[in-house]
Design a protein around this ligand. Structure first.
Ligand SMILES: *Cc1c(COP(=O)(O)O)cnc(C)c1O
Length: 953
């Protein structure tokens, strides 16, 4: 089977002909040439893209690339440790489409499974760090540390931060990049000596230090006291595994704690993805960046989870921006939480003790050989002095298949981890012994210890969930039970505008679990990364060709981070030309929230440009804003096709005007699914763009991450793209390297023609939905020729005006019809934005349109047949429990409540087999509509106590 295209695109043959007829065009190319303005059309060069390959070919090429990487016993540490992903979790979560194809849980009623897992994550973090509030994941440890600094800065209103020197190099680098953007002064300090903390927003220390060193508990408490006295916050970047046996940061005076959950079963993966975490004291909860899952209650009063303080997230925008985090690391946080559930607190502590034991034994062994172990108090990492012999020892280690971290020619660091065995330790000792030829001694092991003063005494993770699942059967069923509650792509379409929920093909995603991709340390010797280098260089070439840019960096681990990196590149460019005053960034009113937030983070002042009546950028307002900005105009950020779902005619006019005024053009590439193979942002006026590989290029959404947000730029901006470590925007040179095979596979499977077909099919699907629904629900904006792009905004506001039915009611009623709601109220409040993608079949598109039509009909009966608060829309979604218990006292039937799709299909005379299938595959929402404001007022973001589940009456 050569043509993967037929697997990827959901419609062909007669179905496609039917859809083309519905939108009055003959073929896909005609559709594209009529929907897309001619002056932006600029196809990439076929010969610079791979020829379409079969699934078998792709699988085997990826296997060879994985084999070209060398996985060794890694003792490099520095924030990345080998870990054993329990097989039951790998199969049950990482390889399970019910988990990896889910969307961010904005619709909580159909996301209870992943929300529970995320609450487990938050509870685990909050318990291990002894902090009151924890978020549902950040991108990685260095960016989490940078977010902690930004939080301290906001909380204190100060712009100096003291950072201890004993932090990982990549953490320091990312902090430096962030501080540059926000104009925060980074004050390097050494906590061993006197420190000037005057006017500092906080003091950041790493726990244990990068050197491995663990200070006394009273030292840490003293640091906390010192910074508190100076009016700042105490930030600790803490290792979660260490926290299971070390006094937790919360007991040492920390106000904010950040770090990574990588070593909780998340493979090193050449740098990622991993779940970063952040936790804080209660009083900073409203400033916490990223998402927080909270406990609320549903209509029946039962506890139910949902994203807390969501209005805050929707307002990651404009000058008020606090953080630009959107896509985070949901899937990884879920895996880490399951790891904690499976091992439990006693398992984690035992593991930490084992790791510490190996490090201690190794310290002893090496000291016996005459190496100098610099610090006697450590958890898992030794810093070893080996006068001028570091390189020789590294070479000897490599012969034993072991890698370690080189500090300088005299110093090495070695970290033990979950996978360190006695045998591995013997190999290390042999390597050292070959090089160190001084007299042997016998060192007393008791001199190496954590120190009793920092031994954790407090209990943690006492919640039932962390004690219930020790057997694999129990664990398998728990994960299945949670997955069963959720709606992911394995149930049906998720027509989320701007999010591109397309097929994540099995052959694409299966490559990531190859040992040769997974078990690779990002700082491994270059020779060990040959496979990754090939993969990355292919991707850089192809993405540059597809976007019309000259240089690509794959480092940013989400679209938001790509935006930040791209804007910093613009700023760097202006500064290098002596035009550092160019700090105004124009942003259209309809822009995604991350745009403005990223602009603020990169040190720009946001000026909003109005939207014209037809949804395009208001050119007159643009001229006014450009004129007003004068020589301060730095950039414009625009999205193409626009977030209104249309190919704006005058986009080149906009980019020309900004260029003439001396500004740079940032094109947000989140909507690239409407362009791939037909037009290239770099060819129609863009200087820099980010892409979302987790939208356009088939990386699954994971229930809210991981993502990859490469930044692509023209030659003149290339020198300012992220470097590593200098200029880093994430913790590893290639960010989330281990999921890049997915995109590599996607592009290789489709090839030039297949990619074009995918794009045009996506545009066709959106136009088909628009055409079918126009008679019942107006399509808000249309572009050239009356066509929409790859998505369209359905205006449901008339339902509100006429019948009092809100966009929420429609979204929740869609659950009864077996659908995930489209994007709600973005970019236009009260509307729904539908993006069907190329992967859906005609039958599924019709099922969706049928549901929307039926809902519109239902809405028309409110006020007439049904009262405003007793109707199937307001009371949606309906749970089985609510239909089967008590007496049914509503003015509509139970059948109407639960099987509205089957009823509507019957009425339309659809064939009985289809009706039967609808009934049979009914998706039941596990909870009724959730009361969000109640949850925000009573914020609880750890596992609810048993009393919460007492029967309500
Ligand atoms: C998704 C999206 C982003 C942000 O990307 P993340 O990967 O979630 O950070 C930015 N702009 C637009 C238009 C988007 O749809």
């Amino acid at each position: 089977m050569a043509d993967f295209s037929i697997r990827h695109t959901g419609t062909r043959g007669e179905d496609r002909t039917h859809m083309l007829a519905a939108v009055h065009v003959h073929d896909l190319d005609t559709l594209m040439s009529r929907a897309m303005p001619h002056r932006i059309a600029s196809p990439p060069a076929d010969e610079r893209l791979p020829r379409a390959a079969t699934e078998a070919e792709v699988a085997s090429e990826l296997a060879s690339m994985a084999a070209a990487n060398t996985a060794r016993t890694s003792m490099i540490g520095q924030g990345y440790y080998d870990t054993e992903t329990p097989a039951v979790i790998r199969r049950g979560i990482l390889e399970n489409p019910s988990w990896y194809t889910a969307y961010t849980p904005y619709q909580p009623e159909i996301s209870q499974g992943r929300l529970e897992a995320l609450v487990n994550f938050q509870t685990m973090v909050s318990e291990l760090t002894a902090m009151e509030i924890a978020g549902a994941s950040l991108l990685d440890e260095p960016t989490a540390a940078a977010e902690a600094i930004a939080l301290a800065s906001r909380a204190t209103g100060r712009d100096r931060i003291a950072v201890d020197r004993d932090v990982f190099e990549q953490t320091r680098a990312v902090i430096e990049t962030r501080c540059r953007g926000l104009d925060i002064e980074l004050v390097p300090v050494n906590i061993d000596g006197p420190m000037d903390l005057t006017e500092c927003s906080g003091l950041l220390v790493q726990y244990p230090g990068a050197t491995g060193r663990v200070h006394t508990a009273s030292t840490y408490r003293g640091l906390g006291d010192a910074i508190h006295e100076a009016g700042g916050l105490f930030i600790m970047v803490a290792d979660l595994l260490a926290c299971s046996i070390l006094t937790p940061p919360g007991e040492l005076g920390a106000d904010i704690v950040a770090g990574s959950a990588q070593r909780f079963g998340l493979p090193m993966g050449g740098g990622g993805p991993h779940a970063g975490y952040i936790a804080c004291r209660e009083k900073y909860k409203r400033n916490l960046p990223g998402r927080i899952v909270g406990v609320s209650k549903d209509r029946a009063g039962n506890p139910a989870y949902r994203l807390a303080l969501q209005t805050r997230e929707q307002h990651i925008r404009r000058e008020k921006a606090t953080s630009n985090i959107c896509t985070a690391q949901s899937l990884l946080a879920i895996m880490a939480s399951m790891y904690a559930v499976y091992h439990g607190p006693e398992g984690l502590a035992a593991m930490a003790d084992r790791v510490h034991g190996q490090a201690r034994a190794l310290a002893c062994n090496l000291a016996d050989l005459g190496a100098h172990v610099n610090y006697t108090r450590f958890f898992d990492t030794l810093t070893v002095s080996v006068t001028q012999k570091a390189d020789e020892i590294l070479a000897a280690l490599l012969e034993e298949n072991v890698t370690a971290y080189r500090v300088d020619g005299d110093t090495l660091r070695l970290s033990a981890d979950e996978c360190t065995t006695d045998l591995a330790r013997r190999h290390v000792v042999q390597a050292f012994a070959r090089v160190l030829d001084g007299p042997r001694t016998s060192v007393d092991i008791t001199q190496y210890s954590l120190g009793e003063d920092v031994r954790r005494t407090s209990q943690y993770m006492e919640q039932a969930t962390f004690h219930r699942y020790r057997s694999e059967t129990g664990m398998m069923r728990y994960m299945h039970r949670l997955a069963e509650k959720d709606y992911a792509l394995d149930r049906g379409m998720i027509p989320l505008g701007s999010c591109t929920m397309k097929l994540n093909a099995a052959v694409e995603v299966s490559a990531i679990t190859h040992e040769g991709f997974a078990r690779i340390h990002p700082f491994a010797p270059a020779g060990d990364l040959a496979g990754y280098r090939t993969l990355i260089s292919d991707l850089e070439t192809w993405l540059a060709e597809l976007t019309g840019y000259d240089a690509v960096s794959l480092q940013p681990n989400a679209g938001s981070q790509g935006e930040f990196a791209g804007l910093l590149a613009i700023r760097g460019y202006h500064e290098a030309r002596g035009q550092g005053e160019r700090r105004i960034c124009l942003i259209p009113a309809s822009a995604h929230g991350t745009n403005a937030a990223s602009a603020v983070m990169a040190g720009f002042r946001v000026v909003v440009v109005k939207t014209a009546a037809d949804g395009s950028i208001d050119l007159q307002d643009l001229d006014r804003k450009i004129e007003k900005a004068g020589a301060h105009i730095g950039a414009i950020m625009l999205t193409y096709p626009s977030t209104h779902g249309t190919f704006e005619e005058q986009v080149t006019e906009v980019t020309d005007r900004v260029h003439r005024a001396g500004g740079q053009v940032y094109i947000d590439g989140a909507n690239l699914n409407a362009l791939v193979g037909y037009a290239r942002p770099g060819a129609f006026g863009g200087d820099v763009s980010h892409l979302n590989l987790h939208k356009t290029f088939a990386i699954p959404h994971g229930g809210g991450g991981p993502g990859v947000g490469p930044v692509a730029a023209k030659e003149h901006l290339a020198p300012y793209l992220p470097g590593f470590p200098a200029g880093a925007v994430s913790g590893a040179p290639w960010g989330s390297a281990s999921i890049l095979p997915i995109t590599w596979a996607y592009i290789t499977l489709l090839g030039y023609e297949g990619l074009r077909e995918a794009t045009a099919s996506a545009v066709l699907a959106a136009n088909y939905v628009a055409a079918r629904l126009e008679p019942v629900l107006p399509v808000l904006y249309r572009g050239p020729g009356g066509f929409v792009g790859h998505e369209c905004i359905l205006d449901v506001r008339p339902l509100k005006e006429q019948y009092g039915v809100s966009v929420d009611d429609v979204a929740k009623r869609l659950i009864d019809y077996g659908f995930h709601a489209p994007t709600m109220s973005f970019p236009v409040p009260g509307t729904l934005m539908v993006e069907p993608t190329e992967s859906e079949s005609l039958e599924e598109l019709d099922r969706f349109c049928d549901a929307m039509e039926a809902i519109a009909e239902e809405a028309a009966q409110v006020g007439d047949q049904w009262s405003a608060d007793d109707n199937p829309l307001r009371l949606a979604p309906h749970t089985a429990h609510s239909l089967l218990t008590g007496t049914w006292e509503h003015p509509y039937s139970q059948e109407m409540a639960a099987y509205p799709d089957a009823l509507a299909a019957k009425k339309k005379g659809r064939d009985p087999e289809y009706v039967h299938r609808l009934i049979e595959s009914k998706y039941w929402a596990p909870v009724g509509r959730i009361d969000a404001p109640w949850g925000d007022r009573n914020l609880q973001c750890t596992c609810p106590p048993p009393e919460a589940f007492e029967e309500q009456d």
